[in-house]
Design a protein. Structure first.
Ligand SMILES: [Zn+2]
Length: 461
């Protein structure tokens, strides 16, 4: 299979470091707030990467982290009065819950910065010993960018560009303004750990390098994250790890596109941040996945007002055909392997979910035709669609239950409702002749009526 490597800027044949095994790491969420759709998108993608690699026969170890100490979490802690560690734990609980609702599986290994302080400190000590880092008089420790000439290989930025992307802080304690903090001295009242450089906490970039070394050793196969992490975060991860080991850190660097809302960047400051829990209150997790995966993972996803409603509409139509096929051919257990073959072809080409999903329209057109011809191939196709596309988290539900929850309720026009009301009154008056006549009228208008003890329901014929 082929994977696009951001480091070489090419699609490359995937060959893991060790035959049959894949070590994959994706940068997770900084738990300073609730999970938004961008977090969901990235979590869904790497969950799918893992599952598809497993389908290809690889034994995958997938590690994902929570950044549970950083400036934003400390700021939130001050704002809310909840201690930083408690606040982070609380947010992790909420985010885990919402990811379960989104139907994202747990990674093989969960990593947390606060549970790896020892690993982080020893990584920094090793960098200092090798001359790639230096403690500053203020208690911070910095990475010495000049000591690592290959810096900039992933982002293609030179040192001049780098200055724009680096927040300039404690300038006087750094050798160069583009040096970045590995360890930050604690300010009064902030959460801290003891270290050889005094009380402090890790910088953000170092945690991924240190936790990777602890979980996997010196090298991994796939490293991933959002495209916004290329610089400085991933550039710095490469510098830290490769300066220390002299080996290529990750063989394949993968980066997913970003989320836009009506063409605009999604951000808290613009007030257009879409929280996952709000989306899940309105749409099925399958519709959210269908919508997000309809764009290839490297492209930006533009969320317009009708993106999720349209996705739900497609799924309702697909589930309607699945329900019909399952009711018409209840005993048919056969499959339709061609669908699985095409799916694997699409996904083997840099996880092309957009192509895999667009194939569904043709398949369901065929299902509909086979149903009209009373051909059990319809059911074989829907069996295969369920089996194959569950890897993307789709078609995992009971069709009836799905439709009951997400299919739009047909609202009858006023004219029809008036006739139905009249009929109900005739029925209550036991005027059966009139009731039957009005039932016939409704039929001509395209509606069936069903009576029950509580009243009646109208449905489109
Ligand atoms: Zn990272």
């Amino acid at each position: 299979m082929k994977i696009y490597n951001s480091l070489t800027r090419k699609k490359e044949e995937f060959v893991p470091l060790e035959e049959g095994k894949v070590k994959m790491y994706a940068c997770g969420i900084t738990v300073s707030g609730e999970a938004h759709v961008g977090h969901g998108f990235q979590a869904i993608l790497y969950d799918i990467f893992r599952k598809f690699l497993e389908k290809q026969g690889y034994e995958v170890t997938y590690a994902r982290n929570y950044t549970d100490v950083d400036d934003k979490i400390i700021a939130k802690s001050k704002e809310t009065g909840i201690p930083a560690d408690k606040y982070a734990q609380m947010m992790i609980g909420e985010i885990d819950g919402v990811m379960r609702e989104l139907d994202v599986d747990e990674p093989t290994v969960w990593l947390k910065a606060t549970e790896n302080i020892g690993n982080i400190i020893s990584f920094i000590e090793d960098l200092i010993q090798k001359g790639h880092a230096y403690p500053a008089p203020n208690g911070d420790v910095y990475f010495d960018v000049d000591s690592y000439p290959a810096y900039g290989q992933l982002s293609g930025r030179d040192k001049e560009d780098m200055l724009d992307g680096v927040r300039v802080e404690n300038d006087e304690s750094k050798k160069n303004p583009y040096d970045f903090a590995l360890w930050k001295a604690a300010k009064e009242g902030e959460i801290f750990w003891e270290s050889p450089w005094g009380k402090g906490r890790p910088g953000w970039h170092i945690e991924c390098s240190a936790m990777n070394r602890a979980a996997f050793g010196e090298q991994i196969d796939i490293h991933g994250g959002g495209r916004d992490l290329i610089f400085p975060h991933h550039e710095n991860e490469i510098a830290q790890t490769e300066a220390l080991t002299g080996k290529r850190f990750a063989k394949y660097w993968t980066h997913n596109g970003l989320i836009k809302v009506n063409g605009q960047k999604m951000s808290k400051s613009l007030g257009n941040s879409l929280l996952l829990k709000d989306l899940l209150a309105k749409y099925s997790n399958e519709a959210i996945k269908f919508a997000l995966l309809s764009t290839g993972y490297r492209g930006d996803v533009n969320i317009t007002d009708d993106l999720f409603p349209n996705a739900e509409g497609h799924l309702v139509r697909f589930y309607t055909l699945i329900e019909k096929a399952e009711e018409t051919f209840p005993q048919e257990k056969g499959l339709y392997p061609e669908i699985d073959k095409k799916f694997d072809e699409a996904m083997s080409d840099d996880f092309n979910t957009a192509l895999a999903l667009s194939d569904l329209y043709g398949y369901f057109k065929d299902v509909s035709r086979f149903l009209a011809e009373n051909d059990p191939t319809a059911r074989r196709m829907t069996n295969q669609i369920r089996a194959t596309y569950s890897l993307l988290g789709l078609f995992k539900r009971d069709a009836k239950a799905y439709l009951a929850k997400y299919a739009p309720k047909d609202e009858a026009p006023d004219e029809v409702k008036a006739v139905a009301e009249e009929r109900w009154k005739a029925r209550l008056a036991k005027d059966w002749a009139k009731s039957d006549e009005l039932r016939e009228r409704l039929k001509q208008l395209g509606y069936a009526v069903k009576d029950s003890k509580e009243g009646y329901t109208l449905s489109k014929i």
